[in-house]
Design a protein around this ligand. Structure first.
Ligand SMILES: Cc1cc2nc3c(=O)[nH]c(=O)nc-3n(C[C@H](O)[C@H](O)[C@H](O)COP(=O)(O)O)c2cc1C
Length: 203
């Protein structure tokens, strides 16, 4: 199977690093936090996923000590907003590295809506949003045990918001929400527009 092999520490030897094109598509956690003074921060994270279902846990990872992790450490709370196709451009604007304390939501022309159980607000137009309480902030280490400038933030989902028009007969319609996912190279995204079914084997 192997026509091309590389060891990342020795370089990939290609015009662009293919790692993020291989681990793709990745869902985007669009994370709202507040700092100790209540100032709102919003930023997208594609090192994002679900890690448990009962209770539900989600996590995102930061490359560097970014405002989002700093705020979660300070307040213990965050909200993950779903990025649907119509919000993709706004999401992209919120990735701008604004000075600490400056609100990316305002920069992107987005309205906030209050969460029920945590203090960071939701993106009002998000089709779904997860209210989270921090369970762990883990500093990541490499295979030699050397600590990296990367942090994994995990949280329990304590509240779930769903826009009712995406609930059809009690089923969340993922394809109708058209969630956006990050793909490989700069500027690459995918959009979920259709689903297919398979039944899991029982034995
Ligand atoms: C689609 C998308 C996904 C991103 N994923 C990550 C990520 O997983 N980890 C990370 O550190 N930065 C990621 N970034 C960059 C951050 O969003 C950016 O550094 C942002 O300014 C961080 O904001 P904060 O300092 O307010 O937390 C991503 C950017 C985009 C547009």
């Amino acid at each position: 199977m192997t026509d091309y092999f590389y060891e990342p520490r020795k370089g990939h030897g290609l015009p662009h690093d293919p790692f993020k094109a291989i681990v793709a598509p990745r869902p985007v956690g669009w994370v709202t936090t507040i700092d100790g003074q209540g100032r709102v921060n919003l930023a997208p994270y594609s090192f994002f996923n679900a890690f448990a279902s009962r209770p539900p846990l989600v996590g995102f990872a930061t490359e560097g000590w970014k405002d989002s992790v700093r705020n979660v450490e300070e307040t213990g709370e965050f909200v993950c907003n779903l990025v649907s196709r119509d919000l993709a451009e706004a999401m992209n604007i919120t990735a701008a590295p604004l000075p600490f304390g400056e609100n990316e939501m305002i920069r992107a022309g987005l309205e906030a809506a209050p969460a029920r159980l945590v203090r960071p607000p939701l993106v009002a137009r998000a089709v779904a949003a997860l209210e989270c309480r921090k369970t762990a902030i883990i500093r990541l280490s490499d295979a030699h045990g050397v600590e990296m400038e990367n942090w994994l933030i995990l949280g329990e989902v304590v509240g779930v918001h769903i826009n009712g028009s995406f609930l059809k007969d009690g089923i969340f319609d993922t394809a109708a929400a058209r969630p956006v996912a990050r793909c490989g190279y700069a500027g690459d995204y995918a959009e979920v527009t259709s689903l297919f079914q398979m039944t899991r084997p029982v034995a």
